[in-house]
Every structure is written in C-alpha cells, then in structure tokens.
Design a protein around this ligand. Structure first.
Ligand SMILES: Cc1cc2nc3c(=O)[nH]c(=O)nc-3n(C[C@H](O)[C@H](O)[C@H](O)COP(=O)(O)O)c2cc1C
Length: 192
C-alpha cells in the first residue's frame, strides 16, 4: 500500500532538486478566520514526516490566533516545473519548544533580526517604521546572539487527507486521494 507521507517526501525531493524557484518550499497554508472565511498565505515548509507538515511563524500572528480558535488547516502546493499539485487537510498543533529552538538555529542572522524586529500581522504606521524597527533590533543585538522570541515557533499540520495530482496537458490529470480512517490510509482515485 502506498504511503502518502513517503510519496510526499519523494515528490518534494524531486521538486526541490530541479526547482527554478527562489522560494523552493513555499506552500499555501489556509486557516479559518474569525468570520468563518478561509485565510490563505504562503509559508516556508520546513519538514515533513509521519507526524505531519511543519512550518514556522509567530504564534500571535493572524494565522496563530486563527489556529488557536480553530485548528482546521489546509496546505496547497503547485510545483509547475514537475506538474504536481498537492492538497493537505489536517489539524494544526504547536510543535515542542525544543523543536522550535532547533528550527530557529537554522535561520540566518538577517531572518532572526526581522523576526525579532516585528510583531507579525500588527498594523504598521508607515513604511519608514520598517527600517526604524529593523535598525533598532540590529543595534540592540550588536555583537550578541539573537535569541528565539517567545512568540515564535512552529505548527505541525497533522494530515487527515492528502491529494496528489499529476498535471497532464491532455487534462487527464491523475488524482490520488488518501484519507486517514481509523489510523489507516485509504486510497482512491478521483476524476480530474
Ligand atoms: C514565499 C513566502 C514565504 C513565506 N514564509 C513565511 C514563513 O515561513 N512564516 C511566516 O510566518 N510567514 C511567511 N511568509 C509571510 C506570510 O505569507 C504572511 O504574510 C505572514 O505570515 C502573515 O500572515 P498572517 O497575518 O495571516 O498570520 C512568507 C511569504 C512568502 C511570499
């Protein structure tokens, strides 16, 4: 029986290996907002294993608040150069602090500084405030390590279903839909 996590890992590897994109692992994460509308935005996919799909962000961002209210989440991916679409539906859960620390360690100084300088999703008074905030954070941490902010970490989207679509110019796209039922992945094909 095909395992959809292993299948994803193999597709991701293939997509990464010859990607023409700068942001090779950008994926659209959709959450449910306070009004019940889907809210989508791109994030960087960090890791995928049997536990789920991990991305990092600020817990008190809009998406963080939305996940707290409602963990129902979707991830949508399109890799044009290989013709693959993947759609994941699942429940988002915060990852352990130790794991968040490990992801923080992989970030370069510039990424750490911007994360520290801004309160993600809060209003910005003016464009000037962007550089003012960054300069302030840069001065604050001259010659020092930049610690992970308390409000920064990761979410793991634990999948309930995963659909793989192989795009065909003929439009006879092959769709393989996997659904988790009682801990077992059930596979069926869907019409294009
Ligand atoms: C290619 C790309 C990658 C991004 N990666 C991340 C990311 O890994 N984490 C993150 O919090 N925001 C990331 N962003 C910014 C988000 O799209 C979004 O603007 C931000 O997280 C605020 O979303 P929210 O207000 O819905 O919480 C990325 C944006 C783009 C275009």
């Amino acid at each position: 029986m095909e395992n959809p996590i292993q299948k994803f890992a193999s597709w991701w590897q293939e997509a990464l290996s010859n990607s023409p994109l700068d942001q090779k692992s950008a994926v659209c994460v959709s959450t449910i907002d306070e009004r019940g509308f889907p809210a989508g935005r791109f994030v960087d996919l960090k890791q995928v294993d049997e536990r789920g799909f991990i991305f990092c962000t600020a817990f008190d961002s809009a998406k963080g608040h939305q996940i707290k209210q409602n963990p129902n989440t979707a991830i949508t991916i399109w890799w044009d150069h290989v013709g693959y679409q993947v759609r994941v539906v699942g429940l988002a859960e915060a990852i352990e602090q130790a794991d968040a620390n490990a992801f923080w360690e992989t970030r370069n100084r510039s990424a750490r500084l911007t994360t520290t300088a801004f309160q993600q999703s809060q209003p910005l008074q003016s464009e000037i405030e962007l550089t003012e905030r960054l300069n302030k954070a840069t001065e604050q941490f001259i010659g020092q390590q930049i610690p992970k902010p308390e409000n920064w970490g990761g979410y793991c989207v634990k999948p309930l279903s995963i659909e793989f679509l192989t795009f065909q110019k003929s439009r006879l796209h092959l769709r393989k839909f996997f659904e988790l039922k009682n801990g077992i992945w059930i596979k069926r094909l869907l019409q294009p």
